[in-house]
Design a protein around this ligand. Sequence first.
Ligand code: ADP
Ligand code: GLC
Length: 478
Amino acid sequence: MHILAVASEAFPLIKTGGLADVVGALPGALAPQGLRVTTMLPGYPAVLAALPNARSARNIADLFGGPARLLRGETAGLDIIAVDAPHLFGRAGSPYLMPDGREWPDNALRFAALGAAAALVAQDGLRGARFSAVHAHDWQAGMAAAYLRHGTTRVPCLFTIHNLAFQGKFEASVFPRLGLPWEAFAAQGLEYYGGVGFLKAGLWYADAISTVSPSYAAEIRTPAEGMGLDGLLRGRGAALHGILNGIDLAEWNPATDTQLAARFDAADPAPRAANKAALQRALGLAEDPAAPLIAYVGRLAWQKGVDLMLEAIPAIFDAGAQLAILGAGEAQLAERCAGAAAANPGRIGTRIGFDEGLARLIYGGADAVLVPSRFEPCGLAQLCALRYGALPIVARVGGLADTVVDANTAALSQGWGTGFACAPGSVALLAEAITRAAIAFREPSIWRALQANAMRADVSWAPSAARYAAVLRGLVHG
Ligand code: ADP
Ligand code: GLC
């Protein structure tokens, strides 16, 4: 079975968040299930640069205002179709934003074009390749489901929600330019609160829907977490699956990771001490092995609860802990993180920007990793942290609730627990979880046991790949 995946990001070609990691990892994870995946991406400059030997596989005379070519190539173990349409995607930098930080005004046409190209390839095949199903990711690929449904040949579509907060909502005035029949502009279609919704299109037209954790799949059916789409999601009931993300265990392996100062494994995590010292030096923290080193790696955004973490700094200091921050995102949060480091030399270290190597040193050197999200569809930071023996301190929400076992008194008495969890959205409860972690850190036998549990937790793709394969096979055969 050959699947056409459609997305706007895939690691290592283009990445702004976990979406790219998942789209980049799924083809390898699905291969042992007997599924072959070809991934369609917009031909951003970074994507074309990664495919120097790509072959032109089809020309499209007019793709939403200009000519396009579909290029087929391989890189990093991925089989890629790039939509080379310079008038839409020939723009360096962020895939979505202009250099001044605002959205590109033609984003509706850019990502409608991605969906239209995907439907074309799925229905016609491409140079002898035939596709059994389409797997579309997030709003940028949602229109693929609409074009498939209004197309000529029936090809089933699975639509995966990575984050319901990004909805691809546009003015109704773009509808006539999408090339769909008028009946599509309806509640039973892609009409969304008077405008056009690309995420809504995916949810309405796809044959099955999945999201990236079982807890998030339940949360988004409620008005509180459904962001206006809970009614539709409840209506689609049985077609909505929660399938947990994994991480690639070869890619994320502390025994072979060349970005670490010292490599280690679950049997002997002692070399982590050298990574902790290197991390402390890199971020200007006091080189103190006895101070619990708590870290944050991620987008600086309201979703992630970065503000809650900053408000919990007094508790971090009361616990005798240090704080390391690596993140990029909202300017105001970046300023606050940098300010906290400037005001607390040796105790808080901040690096603003995207730095894969430093992220790995954090996972392999910090004692604990904070993920205080207000909502979290899955989250990959806590999975990397578990794998590298940094105990996650998380809000009990979405995929964080599904992947971290709180080391409370009862769990500890049974030798159980992989981290610390608290209810989301509260500085006081976050502070309490941080305090519990610091207390456990000062009991070496307890900490070692928790670390061993964390490093042995199954964060691989294997169980979830089997579930994706079952859903896709169900669509194709039934
Ligand atoms: P989201 O997709 O919501 O941003 P995830 O936890 O799913 O969050 O995925 C984020 C991924 O990006 C993780 O692999 C994390 O390690 C990585 N990451 C996030 N911010 C940075 C950064 N500033 N530098 C390096 N890696 C980062
Ligand atoms: C989104 C979510 C994150 C998830 C990622 C990959 O960016 O915010 O929770 O892990 O997608 O599915």
